[in-house]
Design a protein around this ligand. Structure first.
Ligand code: AMP
Length: 220
């Protein structure tokens, strides 16, 4: 089953997608992680271009992202589905994904929109820190490390993603409002969109999502 997680940056798509992936035993495809990893391991012109957009909080151009994500979706482990986190983010990407899946006799079955207001997003992202060694994520207010800004496990100084700085977060939110939020209508018209309150206990949000997925796939 192909599931899309929609919602602004910082809505909790990654956390929920990881849990859904475990529960349904389908891969978690996070476009931001895939792009960051490409930029980290490959130092070519394409990576330079991707990095420039990411550092500014702007969307990476459609043709680049579509190619990279569809290559990933073509791998065998996605044969029976995937939970997509951060892709698609534009109408062109959504249409390209539909065409890609259709060519394999598949389709997007359910889209979960995690609804979180802007002020909450800014609070969540600007206090977010991560361990550069194990990638564990902390929040300086809600989930702080035991020792002043050091990873509990690696004892390494935590870092802030450059695009989690407040000015860049505001740009990312602007991109979301201008370009990604139109996908809500796109999928609503296909009757596969479900809206979930993203300001809630993480486990409760997860249970709500699983309930919706089970309802959506129930035979009528
Ligand atoms: P994320 O980790 O999902 O917040 O993504 C981080 C950054 O990666 C975004 O601000 C964009 O620059 C880029 N990015 C991730 N996914 C996409 C996408 N589907 N389309 C365009 N750019 C993307």
């Amino acid at each position: 089953m192909f599931i899309i997680m929609l919602g602004p940056p910082g809505a909790g798509k990654g956390t929920q997608a990881r849990n859904i992936s475990k529960k349904l035993n389908i891969p978690h495809i996070a476009s931001g992680d895939i792009l960051r990893e490409r930029v980290r391991i490959t130092d070519d012109e394409l990576s330079k271009k991707i990095r420039e957009h990411m550092l500014r909080g702007e969307l990476v151009p459609d043709d680049i992202v579509i190619k990279i994500i569809h290559d990933r979706l073509s791998q065998n482990d996605c044969e029976h589905g995937a939970v997509l986190d951060g892709y698609p983010r534009t109408l062109a990407q959504a249409k390209a994904l539909d065409a890609f899946l259709e060519s394999k006799n598949k389709r997007v079955e359910i889209v979960i929109n995690l609804d979180v207001p802007d002020d909450e997003v800014i609070k969540r992202l600007t206090y977010r820190r991560l361990c550069p060694k194990c990638n564990r994520i902390y929040h300086l207010l809600f989930n702080p490390p035991k020792n002043n800004e050091l990873c509990d496990i690696c004892n390494v100084k935590l870092i802030q993603r450059i695009d989690d700085r407040e000015d860049i977060v505001k740009k990312r939110l602007e991109e979301y409002r201008n370009r990604t939020s139109s996908l809500i209508n796109y999928y609503a018209e296909k009757h596969i969109l479900y809206i979930v309150n993203g300001v809630n206990d993480i486990n409760r949000i997860f249970n709500n999502i699983i309930f919706l997925i089970e309802e959506a796939i129930k035979p009528v």
